[in-house]
Design a protein around this ligand. Structure first.
Ligand code: FA5
Length: 347
C-alpha cells in the first residue's frame, strides 16, 4: 500500500473523530465514540493499524511515525471531551442523561389541617340540625365584645391584661377631643350573637365559627389563639330542654354515641341560667363549652322584646373537640407547624 493512501486514511479518521467529539452531548455518547475510534477490538484506529503491514517496508518508519502522532492526537481529543463532562461543562448540562427505567418520585400532596377538618365537620353536623353559618370580624369594638353582652365596665373580663387590645391612633384633627374607640382582638365568638340579632330578622338559628384571642399561658389545653363555635337559636318559646337536647345530639354525633357528657351550673353575664359542658376523656372531665338561655338584658341591648322571644346560646372550644376526636393530647401540637405531626391526620 502506498504511503499516501495510508496517511490519508489516518487523517480522515482523525478528522471524523474530532468532528464527532465536538458535537458530543452526553457521557454515554462519548463512551460510544471512544469504542468506535480507539476500541481495542474493532476500533477505527485498530483497523488502520492493521493496514500498516501492507505499507511498503521502506515507507514503514514514516507511516509508523505518523500513526503514533495521530493516535496521540486522537487520545488528546477524547481526553479533552471527557474533561468537559467531569467539570460540568456546557455539553453536560445541555442535555442531562435520563434513565427512564428508574422508579418515579411520588410528589407529596398537602393535607387539610385537623382544625380545618374539624370546622367543616362541625358545620356539617349543625347544618343537619338546622343551623346556618354566619361570620363576624376578628377585630372588634367594646360594644359587641362586652357592652351588648351585659359585661359592665368594671367586669374583670374587660381587664386589659386579659385581652389583646389594639393601640388606637389619636385623631389628626386637633379640634377632636374625644378618645378613639377601643378595639381588641375578639376574646369570644359571642360577639356574633349581637351582630346577627342587630341585623337579621327573627326567628334565628345560626352558628359562627372562627378564631378568638386571649393572653392565656399555653399549656396542654390552652393556647392564646383558638377557635370557638358559637350557636344561637332565638324563637318563640325556646327552652333549656332544647338547649340540652341540641348539645347532647351534637356531642354524640361528633364524639360518638358512647361519649359521656355532663352539664354543670355556671355563670356568664349574657346567659341566665348558664351551664358549662364537659366530656369525659382519659380519666378526667374536659370542659368544651359554655351555654345558657339568652339574658333579657342582651335582648334589650338589641331591641328584642324578651316577653315575646326567648333563645339559647352556646360557645364551644373547637380545639378541645378536635383533640378528643383525633386523640391529640397537647393543643400546642396543633400549632407547631410540624408537618411530620400534622401529616398523620391527612384525610
Ligand atoms: C366563652 O367564651 C363564652 N363566650 C361561651 C358561651 C357562649 C357561654 C354562649 C354562654 C353562651 P369560655 O371562656 O368558657 O366561654 O370558653 C368556651 C370554651 O372555649 C371553653 O370551654 C374551652 O373549650 C375553650 N377555651 C377557652 N379558653 C381556651 C384557650 N385558651 N385555649 C383553648 N380553648 C379554650
Amino acid at each position: 500500500m502506498a504511503l499516501d493512501r495510508f496517511v490519508n486514511s489516518l487523517e480522515t479518521m482523525l478528522e471524523e473523530a474530532r468532528a464527532s467529539l465536538q458535537s458530543v452531548n452526553s457521557a454515554d455518547a462519548l463512551e460510544q465514540l471512544r469504542v468506535k475510534f480507539v476500541g481495542a477490538k474493532n476500533g477505527a484506529l485498530k483497523s488502520v493499524q492493521k493496514m500498516l503491514a501492507e505499507v511498503a517496508p521502506e515507507d514503514r518508519p514514516a507511516a509508523g511515525k505518523r500513526f503514533n502522532e495521530v493516535r496521540e492526537a486522537l487520545q488528546a481529543a477524547l481526553d479533552g471531551a471527557a474533561e468537559r463532562f467531569a467539570s460540568g461543562g456546557a455539553a453536560k448540562s445541555a442535555q442531562p442523561t435520563i434513565d427512564p427505567t428508574l422508579p418515579g418520585l411520588r410528589p407529596r400532596v398537602g393535607a387539610i389541617h385537623p382544625i380545618t377538618q374539624t370546622l367543616e365537620h362541625l358545620k356539617e353536623i349543625m347544618g343537619r340540625l338546622g343551623f346556618s353559618v354566619t361570620e363576624g370580624p376578628e377585630i372588634e369594638d367594646e360594644w359587641h365584645n362586652f357592652v351588648a353582652l351585659n359585661i359592665p365596665d368594671d367586669h374583670p373580663a374587660r381587664d386589659p391584661l386579659d385581652n389583646f387590645y389594639l393601640a388606637t391612633a389619636k385623631s389628626a384633627d386637633p379640634s377632636c377631643n374625644s378618645a378613639p374607640a377601643a378595639r381588641l382582638m375578639r376574646s369570644q365568638t359571642s360577639t356574633v350573637q349581637i351582630r346577627v340579632m342587630e341585623s337579621q330578622p327573627l326567628p334565628l338559628r345560626i352558628i359562627s365559627l372562627g378564631r378568638v384571642y386571649r393572653p392565656d399561658a399555653p399549656d396542654a389545653t390552652h393556647f392564646p389563639m383558638f377557635h370557638q363555635m358559637e350557636g344561637l337559636w332565638v324563637d318563640r318559646n325556646v327552652t333549656m330542654t332544647q338547649l340540652k337536647s341540641v348539645l347532647r345530639l351534637f356531642a354524640t354525633s361528633y364524639l360518638g354515641g358512647d361519649v359521656n357528657v355532663r352539664f354543670r351550673p355556671s355563670f356568664f353575664p349574657f346567659t341566665e341560667p348558664s351551664v358549662e359542658v364537659d366530656y369525659w376523656w382519659n380519666g378526667q372531665w374536659i370542659e368544651f363549652g359554655g351555654a345558657g338561655m339568652v339574658d333579657p338584658n342582651v335582648f334589650a341591648s338589641v331591641n328584642i322584646d324578651p316577653e315575646k322571644w326567648s333563645g339559647f346560646a352556646f360557645g364551644l372550644g373547637v380545639e378541645r373537640l378536635c383533640m378528643r376526636r383525633f386523640g391529640i393530647t397537647d393543643i400546642r401540637d396543633l400549632y407547631r407547624s410540624d408537618v411530620r405531626f400534622l401529616r398523620q391526620f391527612a384525610s
